[in-house]
Write a protein that binds this ligand. Structure first.
Ligand SMILES: *Cc1c(COP(=O)(O)O)cnc(C)c1O
Length: 576
């Protein structure tokens, strides 16, 4: 019905001539890549069918923007990371991929494996000159150029100096012959190849395929959630992001780098070594450490971490240590106990604390904080208000005694969304960032951040009366098709979820577990789901089954499910 008569690609746009019902008309579109052009033709046809006038279509297509590219950062050999984009290679997607890698790689070496860029209509000389510039400005240390055109360009320009070394290959096979594991050490590898180069063969080689259970972390969704909570804050309220416990299981460095890029004000970890990991990953934001002890003081000072001090014992010890180091005004955070009864100075100790703080110059109070015990529960709001009042009063007394201001904070995720009066001048966002907040209560447009998925290892047909798994508790009451999937309690899937309590998403339907959960595997009933086969993907939680549902079935909370996912489960980072 719709014919493409001609197309002419220019710098960032394409001029098309189309024919529909005997009428020819021009259409200028703001893309040059094939995928976008294909998508566009479908849109145009739909609009024509809906009787939109051609002049309207001509105007409106100009407002389209390219669909954002999906970028996946996976762990690869020798503690490297791989950004695999072997499905398209054009200038825009190359530049986006390089930007993303530069930000993630921090100072670690970037190795780019780039094929010829095909079908652009642009003169090769001009095209690869721009490619070389992009690579130079993105911190690339090594280029593997694959294909005749790109190789030709760099051969022609071998007298120029680039900030990266160059190796030339005529084909993907040629690269495969030359690859050695030792070439990649804690590096960030970009695979950017046009379709016909079949770079997936390289991806296969570079990826560690040890265990097929992965947890996908969608960093774009995380930033989206961050903004949703930020929209509830007063304009001057600061935000501290909680990245303790390996970013609630989502990953420390990767998550923190994305938050740093979003310019949150503070990061918080539980232990000093978690803070050291972040510093080594290139995080320069201020970092608060919640459980400081005397063994961690060295690390604290060497890595510019700021302890949260909660008793006179630790306060004195830290002051002595800082004095010995000959330092002054070292930033600290004071934790008050207003009712959680976990850590903190008691309200009865405030005057003594205020006096102690005002009589010294070694330590400087950056913030005073307390923690709410039941911020998510409406029936405990009177108690929460009481905690808030005690906190506010204590802060004022401390401020008066020491004679300078500091940041005050008491609100966690639930408190942020439930009452603006609990925000003071900073909030501590934890679970909400990672998509584990109670979405029904939240009434915020939150997105799924973490997806835990695995694959089917084997499928078998069993008879009524057969039993499945340990102790034979999974008794089949009908002829059944049972799929064995590659996840067990050692991966963090609770053993509680056995015998039908847990459900997994397989081929568009829910499959209940059968029998006990094993250490590395478990079985699900797929009798009612047609055609399940070995290798099929199985979602444990994600878009179709929320973490909250899984937590509810396991009689726990989303926090425990998320932080319990074993470190052997590969984390894969996605940017959309
Ligand atoms: C973990 C933690 C938070 C964050 O709580 P969420 O409910 O995850 O937002 C805030 N403050 C302290 C002291 C914490 O330990």
């Amino acid at each position: 019905d719709l014919q493409l008569i001609s197309q002419h690609k220019e710098n960032n746009s394409t001029r098309l001539v189309l024919q529909y019902q005997q009428e020819q008309f021009p259409l200028q579109v703001p893309f040059t890549d094939e995928a976008s052009l294909q998508n566009l033709l479908t849109c145009v046809l739909v609009l024509l069918q809906l009787n939109y006038r051609i002049s309207v279509i001509q105007q409106r297509v100009l407002q389209l923007t390219a669909v954002e590219m999906r970028m996946q950062l996976r762990r690869a050999i020798n503690q490297s990371y791989l950004l695999n984009d072997s499905y398209s290679n054009d200038k825009i997607s190359l530049s986006l991929a390089l930007q993303f890698l530069k930000e993630q790689a921090n100072q670690q070496p970037i190795i780019a494996i780039v094929s010829d860029i095909v079908d652009t209509g642009e003169p090769a000389e001009q095209l690869y000159h721009q490619v070389a510039q992009m690579l130079s400005s993105s911190g690339v240390k090594q280029l593997f150029a694959v294909g005749r055109e790109i190789s030709h360009y760099f051969t022609q320009h071998q007298n120029e100096t680039y900030p990266f070394s160059i190796q030339l290959f005529v084909s993907t096979q040629d690269v495969l012959h030359h690859l050695q594991e030792t070439m990649f050490q804690q590096s960030y590898i970009l695979l950017k190849g046009a379709r016909k180069f079949a770079f997936e063969q390289l991806a296969h080689w570079l990826e560690q395929q040890v265990h097929q259970t992965i947890m996908e972390i969608n960093l774009t969704a995380m930033v989206h959630n961050l903004k949703a909570y930020q929209s509830l804050l007063q304009p001057n309220t600061k935000l501290m992001a909680m990245v303790k416990a390996f970013g609630y299981g989502s990953g420390a460095g990767e998550v923190a780098r994305r938050l740093q890029q979003q310019q949150v004000d503070y990061l918080t970890v539980a232990y000093a070594d978690e803070g050291v990991t972040l510093r080594k990953a290139g995080i320069h934001l201020p970092i608060m450490v919640m459980s400081a002890d005397e063994y961690s003081f060295d690390a604290m000072v060497n890595y510019s971490l700021e302890p949260e001090l909660f008793s006179f014992q630790i306060l004195n010890a830290f002051q002595q240590y800082i004095t010995q180091q000959g330092l002054q005004q070292y930033p600290i955070h004071i934790k008050l106990n207003t009712g959680m009864n976990r850590l903190g100075f008691d309200v009865a100790e405030i005057d003594q604390l205020a006096k102690w703080l005002s009589s010294q110059q070694t330590l400087r109070v950056k913030s005073v904080l307390s923690h709410l015990a039941a911020s998510e529960e409406e029936k405990e709001d009177a108690f929460t208000e009481h905690q808030v009042a005690l906190f506010s009063n204590a802060c004022n007394r401390i401020e008066q005694a020491i004679g300078y201001g500091f940041i005050k904070h008491i609100a966690n995720t639930a408190a942020i969304r439930r009452n603006p009066n609990w925000q003071f001048n900073m909030v501590r966002l934890g679970i909400g960032l990672y998509g584990g907040d109670n979405v029904h209560q939240a009434n915020l447009p939150l997105q799924t951040v973490a997806t835990l998925k695995t694959t089917v290892a084997q499928v078998r047909a069993l008879k009524a009366g057969d039993t499945v798994s340990y102790n034979r508790s999974g008794i089949l009451n009908r002829d059944s098709i049972i799929a064995t999937v590659r996840i067990g309690y050692a991966d963090g899937y609770p053993r509680r979820m056995g015998n039908g309590i847990g459900k997994m998403w397989v081929k568009g339907a829910l499959a209940p577990t059968v029998g006990k959960i094993c250490m590395d595997m478990c079985m699900v009933d797929v009798t009612d789901i047609p055609n399940v086969q070995a290798g099929d993907t199985v979602e444990i939680f994600g878009k179709h089954i929320s973490i909250q549902e899984v937590a509810k079935s396991a009689e726990t909370i989303s926090y425990e499910i998320m932080t319990g996912i074993s470190l052997r489960v590969k984390r894969v980072y996605i940017e959309e």
